[in-house]
Design a protein around this ligand. Structure first.
Ligand code: AR6
Length: 180
């Protein structure tokens, strides 16, 4: 399996190629929609793997605003929790990166406030929501790095990329940002 790892303060940041639904981290992050309905993409895969109880719990949460994050159980997943965040639909405006950064940082804040130590992310917004992965990767990685530098307590943050091409983009961006 393709894995690259960096150390930021006391936190390991990994970039791996794989399937998010199989991760055994304390939480996996769902690239959700505003209704927290199952949908397609990685969200559909998470709901299928977790089972129908996940949607039942999501229905009680009154949706989720873009950039915000809410936590549920993980049900049949290996991960004990799912943190649902809603990325921006890509528009080409400066606001896209602001909202995408909020997704990563609010997800990690929810993890910490629930006592979780390890979190796995997909590449939020770069599928159905159309955010070019070359633009999204540095925003995602910087958001996580900045959060870790300000907030101790996380042991592992893992980016899980489904395709080899996306893995290469994240690995190269991380190598540039985290070197030295
Ligand atoms: N593991 C890791 N990554 C995956 C997996 C997987 N099992 N499956 C897909 N990906 P997307 P978005 C990648 O479209 O752009 C849903 O309908 C995929 O290759 O899932 O934020 C929601 O309900 C891509 O790189 O999320 C929303 O309506 C990345 O996950 C909407 O899609 C994100 O693609 C959200 O769109």
């Amino acid at each position: 399996m393709a894995v690259s790892a960096w150390r930021i303060k006391d936190t390991t940041v990994e970039v791996v190629r794989g399937d998010l639904t199989l991760q055994d981290t304390d939480a996996i992050v769902n690239a959700a929609n505003n209704k927290l309905a199952p949908g397609g993409g990685v969200s559909g895969a998470i709901h299928r793997a977790a089972g129908p109880s996940l949607w039942e719990e999501c229905r009680t949460l009154n949706g989720c605003a873009t950039g915000e994050a809410k936590i549920t159980g993980g049900y049949n997943l290996k991960a004990k929790h799912v943190i649902h965040t809603v990325g921006p639909v890509y528009s080409g405006s400066k606001q896209d990166a602001v909202l995408l950064r909020q997704c990563y940082q609010n997800s990690l804040a929810v993890a910490l406030s629930n006592g979780l130590e390890s979190v796995a992310f997909p590449s939020i917004s770069t599928g159905i929501f159309g955010y070019p992965v070359q633009e999204a990767a540095p925003v995602a990685l910087q958001a996580v790095r900045d959060f870790i530098q300000d907030n101790p307590g996380l042991k592992l943050v893992r980016f899980v990329l489904f395709s080899e091409a996306d893995y290469d983009v994240y690995r190269d961006a991380a190598a540039g940002l985290f070197a030295g």
